[in-house]
Design a protein around this ligand. Structure first.
Ligand SMILES: Nc1ncnc2c1ncn2[C@@H]1O[C@H](COP(=O)(O)OP(=O)(O)OP(=O)(O)O)[C@@H](O)[C@H]1O
Ligand SMILES: [Mg+2]
Length: 321
């Protein structure tokens, strides 16, 4: 699915300020370092900065530094001349020269080995590269945006990342906060993905039930916006009616509010045995409901046998209202 031109969606002050900062740095040619946990939107932000810059009509090239093979790293980044090594049958520009005039996005820059780090530092200092097998350096006009979910400063203290390169990259640092610290973005993004996936999968899905919305709000989203996106796509696909219900969400997302509700129910004044039973009843029937009455599925989610489920239904039933 095309998302290349999408802008980051959100309703939080944190996201608004981030985009304002991005708008300020975009037109400058300064190197930008994007930090933040996996799935927070760093790659989207890099594209956004490119689109807002004077380089918008020029190439935007992504290099995933974690995917470069250590043996070929220099030739892949800086290119090579024909005959530089066995198999080099023609000149190859490499990522830097392919980005000429535009932006090179160095994703997962913390994965570069120390040798490649030295070459990158050289480029950032004098804007030249020496392709493998070439005798003289070539001057290039490329803006670098780098991203990492690692702590480069900490790595540089341990000698795993060059400190001088860290400072060169970190001219401007834009930090994308994890989704759990931007609760206002959860529903905004969820609604955005619902609309988008409903169209993509040709389904009529008009919204989230209050229970589903509560579960989305309560979950801590360790996988950030990527996890939310996948959860909503799955829900749109599984949803039988026109509203996404809690049962359509991934089990671990649904489980958070379920346990809380069961606990609230159990916390009324009363005996220990009574509270425990109310908790068990609420949890059991809530899982059965989310599993659409399928006892095998409910047994799997609760790590019980189907036989135990049947027994508990008899013992704890009927289902609470
Ligand atoms: N604010 C947002 N609005 C809409 N979609 C978003 C937003 N943030 C992230 N996404 C979506 O979440 C997914 C992950 O985003 P992205 O690839 O930019 O994250 P990342 O920070 O680069 O993650 P990683 O460190 O794992 O590479 C993408 O599908 C992206 O479209
Ligand atoms: Mg990324």
């Amino acid at each position: 699915m095309r998302e290349a031109n999408e802008t980051l969606v959100g309703a939080s002050g944190a996201l608004r300020r981030l985009l304002e900062d991005a708008d300020v740095v975009a037109p400058r040619d300064a190197t930008v370092l994007l930090t933040g946990e996996s799935g927070t939107g760093k790659e989207m932000l890099a594209r956004y900065i490119h689109r807002q810059s004077r380089r918008a009509g020029e190439p935007y090239v992504t290099c995933d530094c974690a995917a470069l093979s250590p043996a070929l790293i220099e030739s892949e980044l800086f290119g090579f001349r024909r005959g530089a090594f066995t198999g080099a049958v023609r000149d190859s520009p490499g990522y830097f020269a392919s980005s000429q005039g535009g932006t090179l996005f160095l994703d997962e820059v913390g994965e570069l080995d120390l040798r490649a780090q030295a070459r990158l530092l050289r480029f950032l200092e004098d804007r030249t590269v020496v392709p493998v097998g070439a005798v003289s350096p070539c001057r290039l006009d490329v803006r670098v945006i780098a991203a990492t979910n690692r702590d480069l400063e900490g790595m540089s203290r341990k000698g795993e990342f060059r400190e001088d390169l860290f400072y060169r990259l970190n001219v401007v640092n834009l930090h994308v906060r994890p989704l759990r610290e931007r609760p206002d973005d959860v529903m905004a993004c969820a609604e955005h993905f619902r609309t988008r996936f409903a169209v993509a999968h040709a389904k009529t899905v008009v919204g989230f039930t209050p229970q589903a919305a509560a579960a989305l709000a309560a979950w801590h989203w360790p996988g950030n916006v990527r996890e939310l996106r996948n959860a909503v796509e799955r829900a749109v696909l599984l949803c039988r009616g026109t509203w996404i219900d809690r049962a359509d969400l991934p089990p671990r997302v649904a489980a958070g509010t379920r346990l809380r509700e069961a606990l609230a129910d159990a916390c009324e004044e009363g005996s220990f045995a009574g509270s425990t039973e109310r908790f068990q009843r609420r949890l059991l029937f809530s899982v059965l409901r989310d599993a659409k009455g399928n006892r095998e599925e409910a047994a799997r989610r609760l790590s019980l046998t189907v036989h135990q489920i049947k027994y508990l239904v008899k013992k704890l039933g009927p289902a609470p209202q």
